[in-house]
Design a protein around this ligand. Structure first.
Ligand SMILES: NC(=O)c1ccc[n+]([C@@H]2O[C@H](COP(=O)([O-])OP(=O)(O)OC[C@H]3O[C@@H](n4cnc5c(N)ncnc54)[C@H](OP(=O)(O)O)[C@@H]3O)[C@@H](O)[C@H]2O)c1
Length: 370
């Protein structure tokens, strides 16, 4: 199977998988279709966390189980072979007497990692790997990164002027990007586990950080996370409303009284200390990963994004560049604190894409830390 191609049936499986992002988290969002005599006879996607896997849902969708004998199963990720919250998918596939299983990607999770493929082959099922591997690799980027590194996948969004500013020297930033770009941001929000901002962004912009369409809240609301080492934020800010949960990341430098107020407002806090009385961002990332948070989308500001990049935590950047100029050294930089001295040492974006959104340009790419 060529790594460049994707079959019609695997594309269908990917469409199903997309609907499970991020509801399945921290399980991978998988799609599965069952094909017999060239026709799709069953479909399934990963249920919200704790529920059935995509393969089991696809099998359940076929009422006459005799029809499964000799069929082909297309799934975007290797079926699991271990018991967790649900029984192993390989057992259901073997018992259903499938003839072929086509898989886009091997599951990097240490509990699976080839064991599912081995079990299927042992039961004389033909297994083919690689149909749509590039596409599924992109779709499951945060899951794969999380399982391989033990860290969440951090992406970041910034709206900047042509001169790389995200706000004026008076901290005015509404609005740099256009309406269509901002609608796109709401779409991103609905596809991630958490949104992260720095305390200064909350103090200045007072954002809601909820995912909305035409002003209405979407079904999935990501966890809102704010870094506030010293406990400066009052619970009157919009991020402490009841539209979504908020987690405040703080240090011992914040007062117990302030932490109680956060809880009283119905939200939570976590203490991540370091010697400088500022949140240790690596420890923060590790603890989020342990909580099962796979994808954190950072929405500024420039200091926080710079500090995360200093620790090589930001993997993907989405830059909305508007054809505007602010022209002041003291205006807020898009990314701050990296202090790179030579152009030859500048961080580069790789695997970039460029898209016009009306007059704005969206540049997306992965940060190359090499
Ligand atoms: N156009 C846009 O896309 C956009 C998006 C967001 C914000 N903005 C604008 O950007 C401005 C705010 O951005 P900003 O860059 O001034 O501040 P910011 O990034 O919002 O806030 C600074 C944050 O960085 C944290 N931080 C900095 N260095 C750190 C380190 N080494 N380790 C751990 N934490 C660290 C601080 O933590 P502590 O507080 O805990 O010390 C604080 O939470 C506002 O004017 C806002 O309007 C624009």
């Amino acid at each position: 199977m060529s790594h460049e191609s994707i079959s019609h049936f695997m594309s269908e499986a990917m469409k199903l998988a997309e609907q499970s992002i991020p509801f399945s988290s921290p399980n991978p969002a998988v799609g599965a279709v069952i094909v017999k005599n060239g026709k799709i006879i069953g479909k399934g996607k990963t249920s919200p966390f704790g529920g059935r896997h995509a393969e089991a849902n696809a099998i359940r969708s076929v009422h006459d189980k005799n029809y499964l004998k000799g069929a082909t199963l297309y799934c975007t990720l290797e079926p699991c072979s271990h018991s967790g919250k649900t029984p192993p998918c390989t057992t259901a596939i073997i018992e259903s007497k499938f003839k072929n299983v086509i898989i886009a990607l091997k599951d990097p999770d240490s509990q699976v990692n080839g064991k599912g493929i081995k079990q299927l082959r042992k039961a004389n099922i033909q297994v083919i790997i690689g149909d749509g591997s590039n596409e599924v690799n992109n779709q499951l980027m945060s899951y794969i990164y999380h399982r391989k590194t033990g860290l969440p996948f951090f992406s970041a969004k910034l709206a900047s002027t042509l001169d790389g500013k995200i706000a004026t020297m008076k901290n005015d930033s509404k609005w740099i990007s256009n309406n269509a770009s901002r609608n796109r941001v709401h779409k991103f929000r609905s596809k991630v586990d958490a949104i992260l901002v720095g305390s200064k962004t909350v103090i200045i912009d007072n954002p809601f950080l909820t995912a909305r369409r035409n002003g209405k809240l979407l079904k999935n609301q990501p966890l809102r996370i704010v870094i506030d080492s010293k406990g400066q934020l009052s619970t009157n800010y919009n991020i402490f409303n009841n539209d979504a949960e908020t987690l405040v990341v703080t240090t011992d430098a914040s007062s117990k009284k302030w932490r109680k107020q956060i809880e009283k407002a119905g939200h939570s806090f976590i203490i991540i200390d370091d010697k400088l009385k500022q949140v240790d961002l690596l420890k923060f990332a590790q603890s989020m990963s342990e909580l099962g948070i796979m994808h954190i989308h950072v929405e500024g500001g420039g200091q926080l994004i710079g500090a995360l990049m200093h620790h090589q935590l930001i993997i993907k950047l989405y830059l909305f560049i508007a054809p505007k100029i602010i022209g002041n050294q003291k205006a807020i930089n898009m990314i701050d604190g990296l202090n790179i001295e030579k152009v030859s040492e500048a961080l580069k974006l790789i695997n970039t894409s460029y898209e016009f959104i009306k007059q704005d340009i969206l540049i997306a790419g992965e940060v190359d830390y090499k």
